[in-house]
Design a protein around this ligand. Sequence first.
Ligand code: M6R
Length: 361
Amino acid sequence: EKGGYEHYMLKEIHEQPQALRQTISGRLDTDIGDVDLNLNIPEEYLQSLEEVQFVACGTSYYAGEYAARLFEKIADVRATVSLASEYMFDGGRDPSRTLTIAVTQSGETADTLSAIRTAAEAGARTLAVTNTLGSTVTREVDDSMYIRAGPEIGVAATKTFASQVITLAMLSVYTGKRCGSLSGGRASTLLENMRAVPGAIQQVLDREQQVKAVAEEYADSDAFFFIGRDLGYPVALEGALKLKEISYDHAEGFASGELKHGPLALVTETTPVLAVLTEGSRSEKTLNNVKEVQARGAPVIVASSMENEKFVDELFKVPSAGLFEPLVANVYWQLFAYHVADSKGRPIDKPRNLAKSVTVE
Ligand code: M6R
């Protein structure tokens, strides 16, 4: 049932191209530059929309962080993200002009359900983005969208993160088109970029042996720091979560620009720094931060779509995919986490103290 893979997590990492083809299947119309999402959200409501709020936990929260940045870039709508367990409906918002989106793979996460109920009680329109047909969240919201990633068994979320981001990207195109802020030409480019993602991820998967060798080389490091900017920042956070969750090593994600405001004190020759340098991640600026950590002797591992990163210790090539390049880079971090954990013999599919679906607050 693991299809020849040693763990479900590895199988699910490799399923991403196929899962994403399912996610976008029949939903992209590149000719007219629009998406067909089968949603019944009134156009007048979208035209007067003031804020999109994402509520989620864990990996789904990082998908929300990625999506909020896409919404601002693509639909020109103010987008906020809350950890579901911290969510409040703040005063000063007009609930009738607010769309609250619960991002949840399982559709059963207690904190996320509680947040979406708070939003609904305040009078906001609610939408669920989930992998699970008929899950509890779908019965609580005004509209639902399925990410169609297929069942995910490993506790570590992998393919569902990719499918969540692409689903939310389609939703940002839908919103941008209906509020009039997104032109057909730009939308077509975005849809082409989305179509490129499965193939780009396949190219990353084809380089698994390179990632495995690097992971084994650095597996015994004292700590691992992931850095990124803009769309690369949620990927840094997600990379660190994946690594700590399954390897039990100390890993943290930082906004690249924050390093010099504190975390740089932790950086030594025994703390590799993993950086994303791609489109959508303001790589020229992150490059300066890479130099800062190199000056402290830290090994630097870079996932990049740029051409000139010869000075880094390890370079993972990211094929071009526009604003989805950081999402493609994330697959390197998934493989890296997997191989660090596997080299230590960790119970990858069922890490200690964790459950696939967290149904208590
Ligand atoms: O089912 P959900 O997406 O609501 O779950 C949220 C988190 O519990 C989940 O993403 C968790 O962080 C994963 N184990 C991370 O790999």
